[in-house]
Design a protein around this ligand. Structure first.
Ligand SMILES: Cc1ncc(COP(=O)(O)O)c(C=O)c1O
Length: 342
């Protein structure tokens, strides 16, 4: 490998916002560094209230966590008994299966259709031992979504004792018009839990802030299981200001949409299969692992770093994050030179 190229690394493996953090968040962090000697709020009250105001909810329905993953950890560790089961998609966010393994929970994997969650299969797997269903919507690594109708079908098909958890880490990138209005559905379905994050479009992955919306009894439980001072002071202030950075969010959303479409078509033109995505990444899949590895390796040679999806349950694909317009154009340019052994 040409080591000079290391300085031109195109990092597209982590679904981060390649434009960086929200400028409002950056300014707020700079204005807070002098107070790093002070503890943060015990349970992130100020951000909790801010989020509730923004979403038109009561603060008691909002749980602030150290990234969405802290909330997932609390859920899987504490809300599922050992004789109960968790249902997740066969190709889904890797943290669900890892946490289930760490905490010794039983997992059932629902079969997907064309890399989309198949709600009928999810419902077939449900029985009186099903404590929780987690669906990432959009789904990571495939980028596909379920509709409001499909989510309602699940909610109507399970008892209230089964928690239906929707991970909306990428919601700000979605354009799909039948995407579920999950906060509205919560008014009718008290077992619906919604999780979101500041790691993606807000560009704060390194600071670790997320939030969960649920009924107040569940939210109380989340706070009971959370260590005090879990979210640091800089993260809290960054998230507080990022959420108002509408121009930045709009800019990142529209750039993502444009670049995603361009890259989708460039890959298709190359003869590669790509799942339709509502997110800030594309799922590029092949007939064999060797074909996947061939393109993956050629990309790495060009210093384009993407993510193999083996740990997410599928070993014949990779996931490529949508970068800035400049990164995207370079990837498309390099792609033209690559050989595909299809
Ligand atoms: C579906 C999904 N949920 C959650 C996360 C992680 O969120 P956080 O950084 O807030 O822990 C990711 C990160 O890639 C993700 O893809």
């Amino acid at each position: 490998m040409n080591t000079n190229n290391l300085y031109n690394k195109i990092a597209l493996s982590q679904n981060e916002n390649a434009y960086g953090p929200s400028p409002k968040a950056k300014l707020a962090v700079l204005g807070t560094v002098e107070r790093m000697n002070k503890y943060p709020e015990y349970h992130s009250k100020t951000l909790q209230i801010k989020l509730a105001d923004k979403l038109n909810l009561n603060a008691e329905n909002v749980f602030v966590s150290a990234g969405l993953v802290e909330s997932t950890d609390i859920l899987i560790r504490n809300f599922i008994n050992n004789d109960e089961t968790l249902i997740i998609g066969e190709y889904s966010f890797v943290a669900y299966r890892l946490l289930a393994k760490v905490f010794n929970k039983n997992v059932r994997f629902s079969k997907m259709q064309n890399f989309r969650i198949d709600v009928n299969d999810v419902l077939t797997l449900c029985n009186d031992k099903t404590r929780m269903i987690i669906i990432d919507n959009p789904n990571n690594p495939t980028g596909t979504v379920i509709s409001e109708k499909e989510l309602i079908k699940i909610l109507n098909g399970v008892p209230k004792s089964t928690l239906v958890v929707i991970d909306e880490a990428y919601i700000e990138y979605v354009n799909f018009k039948n995407y579920p209005d999950s906060l509205n559905l919560q008014k009718k379905y008290s077992n619906l839990i919604v999780m979101r994050t500041f790691s993606k479009i807000y560009g704060l992955a390194g600071l670790r802030v997320g939030y969960t919306i649920a009924n107040k009894e569940l939210i109380k439980k989340f706070y009971n299981y959370q260590a005090p001072f879990s979210i640091n002071k800089l993260a809290l202030v960054a998230a507080f200001h990022a959420i108002d950075d509408n121009n930045y969010i709009k800019k990142c959303h529209s750039s993502n949409l444009l670049c995603r479409n361009k890259l989708y078509h460039a890959l298709k033109d190359k003869g590669v299969s790509v799942a339709p995505s509502e997110s800030n990444f594309l799922f590029v899949h092949f007939n064999t692992k060797d074909l996947r590895d061939s393109l993956f390796n050629q990309m790495q040679e060009k210093n384009i770093f993407v993510r193999k999806t083996d740990l997410f349950g599928y070993d014949k694909a990779f996931r490529i994050t949508i970068g800035t317009k400049k990164m995207n154009d370079s990837v498309i340019e390099y792609l033209k030179e690559m050989k595909l052994l299809l």
